[in-house]
Design a protein around this ligand. Structure first.
Ligand code: GLU
Length: 592
């Protein structure tokens, strides 16, 4: 461990001073911090999509904070530097390995629907409203869960208070950070709708366009909002002034009349915010090739779907089968697990999710039985029947359809010198959330309620229709793998429903196909979510799989993962994307 007087802290201090000295007008340019996709060393590790967030998390570790403290500090910084993917206007799922007890805990920080929301909330005149209309609306805003997640994590397992955890992020918001290509691109993708809301245009646009790459971007409103949370606690967002501002923005979206945009108001009331809580939930757990794989339970489908697919895959020796058969099994197991996810997984407080059966070896054997090594199954496949009676190759008679999911979100991973590990995925759903910055507060609202299915997709049995106080089903899959009770690795990714296949593919790459974690993350991805064609990155090798009957549709990139592995010599291997979404930022406290 380094004391605050030793070199690392000095460097951090000097970096901070350099920041003050160079705090120049918004038009000034300075070099963006370097992005490093792989780092190995000791003393703890942080991996996020963004160098400022990683630096802030690392500084917390250097000052003696633990993995939970660092995760909250890094997440708060992502709210500044990656505001289109996450922030206090959204929600997420926090998975934590506690070294002292050897237990894995999770926090469900998912947004909730207003009490006034009914199953047909997204239906008008008998038809679902256009998805894009729902995205940019007040109607799609759920009660934010991220502030409650941070408070709960710090209360339960942190060693610093919220004020300290927010300090680094507040500095970044106030002093500014360097706009990189990803930040500019993400604004460019949102110019039309940001222009429609004065609060969003004022914050993110410069004469109607994204700020220049290399310019310094400040968010003083968000700095003041973080100050408020630091002083008064997160209750400010659930019962205080911030709550009133959120409700006003949702009920009466500040859309400019000139934009011509129809922006439906939302149903959120102060009482919805006041009754929010972020419960601790038991993690999902499956054993895979002698390892224990922990994930996020419903309302996320991450843990159950990754877990079921792993159980299906475990019935074959993938390493012995060779790459083509391993990938064939990976695609088939994904499709089968997605059919079951779509049919059975929703908010466990509202629907009866047969989680134990979905994660049972008997059910996996029944599902695995339909995989044919010589031919791809016709998709979509029907869901199975997780009823505890497993003989042969059972399946339900009717096939459902896949609902829609967003393309945004962020995942971060932290580990500390005491052996605690955090895998935390958070989101505001679409890239740019609902497009509306809460006036004067510096953050975007989520559109998470578009994760509900707008109409029944499961022949009268849809577990994911809207409902009062209900949490929409998520795909977020923060995952921690233990070996003999100690962390081996932690991983996660953004990407809507592709999150599940990204995490699964990384685990297969790492645990079955012999890749190191960095290579497992960088490898070309393919995603089969029980649809006719497999989505695949251009570099994904497909000829041998096509010969088995798989069809492919190209997509430029899938996911943006981060992860950390604990190596046998006690060092940390921190991993981020080398290329996807502009590359991520992995770091360790003491480089080897
Ligand atoms: N809202 C999505 C979910 O919870 C995540 C959005 C995304 O990753 O794009 O599954």
């Amino acid at each position: 461990m380094r004391s605050p007087r030793q070199p690392a802290a000095l460097v951090a201090l000097l970096t901070g001073l350099a920041l003050v000295v160079s705090a120049t007008p918004a038009s000034a340019h300075r070099p963006a911090p370097e992005k490093v996709p792989v780092a190995v060393g000791y003393g703890g590790a942080v991996s996020t999509v963004d160098p400022d967030a990683t630096r802030v998390g690392l500084e917390v570790l250097r000052r003696g904070g633990n993995a939970v403290d660092a995760a909250v500090a890094a997440a708060a910084t992502l709210g500044v530097t990656e505001p289109f993917s996450s922030g206090i206007g959204g929600g997420g799922f926090f998975v934590y390995y506690d070294a002292a007890s050897g237990q894995v805990h999770t926090i469900d920080g998912r947004e909730t629907a207003p009490q006034a929301m009914q199953a047909d909330a997204f239906v008008e005149n008998g038809v679902a409203i256009p998805f894009a209309d729902a995205v940019t609306s007040g109607l799609s805003v759920g009660v934010p869960g991220t502030p409650a997640t941070w408070a709960t994590a710090l209360d339960q397992w942190g060693s610093i208070d919220l004020r300290s955890a927010l300090r680094g992020a507040t500095d970044v918001a106030r002093r500014g950070f360097v706009v990189d290509q990803t930040f500019a691109d993400q604004i460019a993708a949102n110019v039309a709708r940001f222009s429609a809301f004065r609060s969003s245009a004022d914050l993110f646009l410069r004469r109607g366009a994204p700020p220049a790459v290399g310019s310094v971007f400040r968010n003083r409103d968000l700095a003041a909002t973080y100050d408020l949370l630091a002083r008064r606690g997160v209750a400010e967002l659930y019962t205080g002034r911030l709550a009133r501002d959120v409700v006003r923005t949702v009920q009466d979206p500040p859309v400019s009349r000139r934009s011509g945009l129809v922006v439906r108001p939302g149903l959120l009331e102060l009482a919805d915010l006041a009754s929010y809580h972020a419960p601790l939930r038991a993690p999902t757990l499956v054993s895979y090739r002698g390892l224990d794989v922990y994930g996020m339970a419903p309302p996320s489908s991450g843990g159950s779907t990754v877990g079921e697919a792993l159980n299906i895959l475990e019935t074959s020796d993938l390493a012995a089968l060779g790459t083509t058969q391993a990938l064939h099994h990976y695609l088939e197991a994904s499709a089968l697990a997605f059919a079951d996810r779509n049919r059975y997984v929703g908010d466990p407080d509202v629907v009866d999710v047969p989680l134990e059966q979905l994660l049972s070896d008997g059910f996996a054997a029944e599902r695995a039985c339909v995989i044919d090594p010589s031919t791809a199954l016709v998709k979509p496949v029907p869901p199975g029947v997780p009823d505890g009676r497993y003989e042969g190759c059972g399946a339900a008679a009717t096939v459902g359809t896949e609902g829609s999911d967003g393309q945004s979100t962020t995942h971060l991973t932290t580990a500390d010198r005491w052996g605690n590990v955090v895998a935390y995925t958070l989101t505001i759903e679409s890239l740019g959330g609902n497009g509306i910055v809460v006036p004067g507060r510096g953050f975007l609202l989520n559109n998470e309620l578009t994760d509900f299915n707008f109409v029944d997709t499961q022949n009268g049995n849809d577990p994911n229709l809207p409902g009062p106080g209900k949490r929409p089903r998520s795909s977020m899959a923060p995952t921690i793998v233990l070996q003999d009770g100690k962390p081996l690795l932690a991983v996660g990714s953004p990407g809507g429903s592709t999150i599940i296949t990204t995490v699964l593919q990384i685990l297969v790459n790492r645990l079955d196909l012999g890749m190191e974690l960095g290579a497992a993350v960088a490898a070309p991805r393919a995603s089969q979510r029980n649809t006719a064609a497999v989505q695949a990155e251009p570099a994904f090798p497909r000829a041998d799989l096509q010969a088995l009957g798989h069809t492919f549709v190209d997509t430029p990139e899938i996911g943006a993962a981060t992860g950390i592995e604990l190596l046998p010599d006690g060092s940390f291997l921190a991993v981020a994307e080398p290329v996807r979404r502009g590359g991520g930022s992995a770091a360790v406290v003491d480089r080897r």
